[in-house]
Unconditional design. Structure first.
Length: 229
């Protein structure tokens, strides 16, 4: 096993954070992640994309039904208990939602909630601790993704590959943290390395960021068929 392979045994969330603290500015790529991490990210993107496709199909079905039944009206209670016709407003909202899917075709946005739903039982519970953070970092690719990337967008390229585009930075970078703010939050940070890391970077290196450009494997199952977003 090479030194690089040994180094990659350190969880990616810890490695990337430490490298950035030490001044690394180069892009974060698939080379920084293990095969397990990359397969997880691909599965997450595929499943989120499938969920989005299902939601878009549902919205289009609703619109088709309304068009086939033009006399169908929608109402809500207005001031004084009077019924207010909101049919046109609902149609406009339906068109807006469908257009948002059309405008982002080939791109899948993944948020914290999407990742949280895939985390292993017991990870990142209500009461965080150093021991829990270390365990989750080593054992759960979902936790590693959440604490390395957080929200991100995956884009399908012309050659069919899927690439994650993002910026590696810290929560609420637009809000500067004073030393007193840091000290006031210290008790909560002692049991949460994640919160401590965020607070440290917001205090010491608030403008730090790195480009994220991660090419994902064709499929999340080893030896499986190709899946595209």
């Amino acid at each position: 096993m090479s030194i690089r392979d040994l180094y990659k045994q350190i969880p990616v969330n810890a490695r990337v954070f430490a490298e950035t603290v030490l001044g690394a500015e180069d892009p974060i790529t698939e080379e920084d992640f293990t095969a397990e991490d990359l397969r997880y990210l691909r599965r997450l993107v595929d499943e989120t994309s499938a969920k989005n496709d299902a939601r878009e199909a549902e919205l289009r079905g609703d619109r088709d039904y309304r068009r086939a039944n033009p006399d169908l009206r929608s109402y809500e209670l207005g001031e004084g208990g009077n019924l207010v016709d909101i049919t046109d407003r609902e149609k406009e909202e339906l068109d807006r939602k469908i257009k948002s899917y059309e405008d982002t075709r080939g791109r899948t946005s993944v948020n914290y909630g999407d990742i949280t739903k895939t985390q292993k039982y017991g990870t990142e519970g209500e009461f965080e601790s150093i021991t829990k953070t270390i365990k989750d970092s080593f054992l759960d690719p979902a936790y590693r993704a959440k604490t390395t990337l957080g929200r991100f967008t995956a884009e399908q390229q012309e050659d069919g590959s899927v690439v994650i585009k993002d910026t590696y930075d810290w929560n609420q970078l637009d809000q500067k943290v004073s030393l007193q703010d840091f000290l006031d939050a210290l008790p909560g940070m002692i049991r949460s390395p994640r919160k401590a890391g965020n607070a440290f970077m917001r205090l010491v290196k608030p403008d730090t960021s790195r480009e994220v450009n991660i090419k994902l494997p064709d499929d999340y199952r080893e030896g499986g068929s190709v899946k595209l977003i």
